[in-house]
Design a protein around this ligand. Structure first.
Ligand SMILES: C[S@@+](CC[C@H](N)C(=O)[O-])C[C@H]1O[C@@H](n2cnc3c(N)ncnc32)[C@H](O)[C@@H]1O
Length: 137
């Protein structure tokens, strides 16, 4: 899924090139208005959630997952929120802290299952981390 129309032919070329085009459906839409049925086993957002409204993101994904489905996120999370405006201005993002994500995820019915931060020492700047959550039973 991408909200950038120009990405669609690029994705189709790539999937054709590596022989998986029959396994990949490309969807041009905005996650904020996604209305997908609850048929999906898993969703993943790789360095894209930082551009999105987290409340709407988690609500849309929760509505698209089966009851035991998973949502995995890899993102740069703010450690010191005071860095937000500087980084967001450069990347045109809307980065958040892990706790901001967790609040939005819980509000949409998710439970945090796994939170991995590869940095051994907390960094003051946004640090990449992996989180995974599933809808609460
Ligand atoms: C930094 S790129 C990451 C692309 C890819 N996930 C990767 O890891 O190479 C951020 C991507 O987020 C996606 N994105 C941002 N806002 C979006 C939205 N509102 N709805 C759907 N996709 C969005 C766009 O496809 C954009 O290319």
């Amino acid at each position: 899924m991408t909200n950038i129309a120009e990405h669609v032919p690029v994705i189709r070329n790539l999937t054709r090139h590596v022989g998986v085009s029959d396994m990949v459906t490309t969807l041009h839409t905005d996650i904020h208005v996604l209305d997908a049925p609850p048929l999906h086993d898993a969703a993943v957002a790789l360095e894209s959630s930082g551009y999105m409204d987290r409340d709407r993101l988690f609500r849309a994904v929760a509505a698209s997952l089966r009851p035991e489905g998973w949502f995995g996120i890899e993102e740069h999370f703010l450690v010191d929120a005071s860095w937000g405006p500087f980084i967001d201005d450069y990347y045109k993002t809307h980065l958040g802290t892990v706790s901001e994500y967790t609040r939005a995820a819980e509000a949409a019915g998710f439970v945090l299952e796994h939170d991995e931060e590869p940095w051994s020492q907390p960094a003051p700047h946004p640090a990449p981390a992996h989180t995974a959550c599933r809808p609460a039973r």
